[in-house]
Design a protein around this ligand. Structure first.
Ligand code: ING
Length: 310
């Protein structure tokens, strides 16, 4: 048994007017509850420090950059890192990263029990659009405010296991999990901010959004025999609803914990990393079963190439 007790720290809404300090205070309270529940690792949502600002069209880049962090840890997050040190709590934290050479990424980091940086991931699958889209009921400007990640899908050894990260839309793409699966990942941790309604198809409401969110994380876990922890920022932010539905999925693709609310809520589960071994040694023993000579389209083609007309 190699048990890592994970706390999925779902967060409720963050309004545009909420200060970083107020958000950090909520996050520290969740960490204290995680500690009391015996957690080793706490997983926060995507862009956990601010409202989901890509819903707003901002022509002024000075305003855009008020949503980004220039240092991590920095003045805005020192209290959170201090709490992590004090509670010996490893952490996944999603935030908007502005680099010193002026690149902007939707980023997540893993820190260990001494609150030291273990690894960084920058979101690769950016949904949405670049310019203001009059056709949409709400904007989703991640392609405007962030560059695609440039760090690949790395995995990191920590807490006695092999951990990987993803962010939100990444969870909908099988390549995300498989690239980490091919590195032996035992737990994928990810945060998300998922609007409750499809901005282009009103008929797609919360029920289908919850279904798809669970479907893709269960599939990713099962097909790579790994744990998947998905943590929402949820609730209504300045009138815009986000789904909750944070879950912890075991290597058989079964949901072992699920959030009941759309507010700040902690899910805690003792995850045995050895539970990944059977699947990796049998049905998903990649070395024995994969036939890569037939997979070339996956990396040689970006879009669809249709068969010739009959
Ligand atoms: N949000 C959404 C997500 O992938 C989305 C955007 C929702 C895209 C549903 C497609 C379908 O969960 C982020 N932040 O990626």
């Amino acid at each position: 048994m190699r048990v890592v007790t994970v706390a999925a720290a779902q967060m409720g809404p963050i309004q545009k007017s909420d200060s970083r300090a107020a958000v950090i205070e909520r996050m520290v309270r969740l960490m204290e509850a995680a500690k009391a529940a015996g957690a080793d690792l706490i997983v926060y949502p995507e862009l956990a420090l601010t409202t989901f600002f890509p819903r707003w069209y901002m022509p002024d880049w000075t305003e855009v950059d008020t949503w980004f962090e220039r240092e991590m840890p920095g003045p805005n997050t020192a209290a959170l890192f201090e709490a992590a040190r004090q509670h010996e709590m490893a952490m996944y934290l999603g935030y908007a990263e502005l680099t010193t050479d002026h690149h902007r990424f939707n980023t997540a980091i893993l820190t260990d029990k001494t609150a030291s940086l273990v690894g960084k991931y920058r979101k690769i699958h950016l949904p949405g659009h670049v310019d203001y889209d009059t056709e949409r009921t709400h904007q989703h400007l991640e392609k405007r405010y962030f560059e695609p990640g440039d760090l690949g899908f790395p995995v990191f050894r920590m807490l006695g296991g092999i951990f990987g990260m993803a962010i939100c839309n990444d969870r909908r793409w099988p390549e995300t999990y498989r690239v980490m699966g091919l590195q032996g990942v035992e737990m994928v941790v990810l945060g998300y901010n998922t609007p409750s309604v499809n901005s282009q198809k009103n008929a797609e409401g919360p029920q289908q959004r919850y279904f798809h969110s669970e479907l893709v994380m269960q599939a990713g876990a099962y097909q790579n025999s790994c744990w998947v922890v998905g943590v929402a920022k949820a609730g209504v932010e300045d009138g815009h609803p986000l789904i909750g539905g944070s879950i912890i999925v075991n290597p058989d693709g079964e949901i072992v914990a699920k959030a009941a609310t759309e507010g700040d809520e902690l899910l805690v589960h003792a995850c045995d990393l050895d539970a990944t071994k059977f699947g990796k040694a049998t049905i998903f023993d990649f070395a024995r079963h994969r036939r890569i000579e037939h997979y070339s389209r996956i990396t040689s083609q970006t879009g669809v190439i249709l068969p010739p007309e009959a």
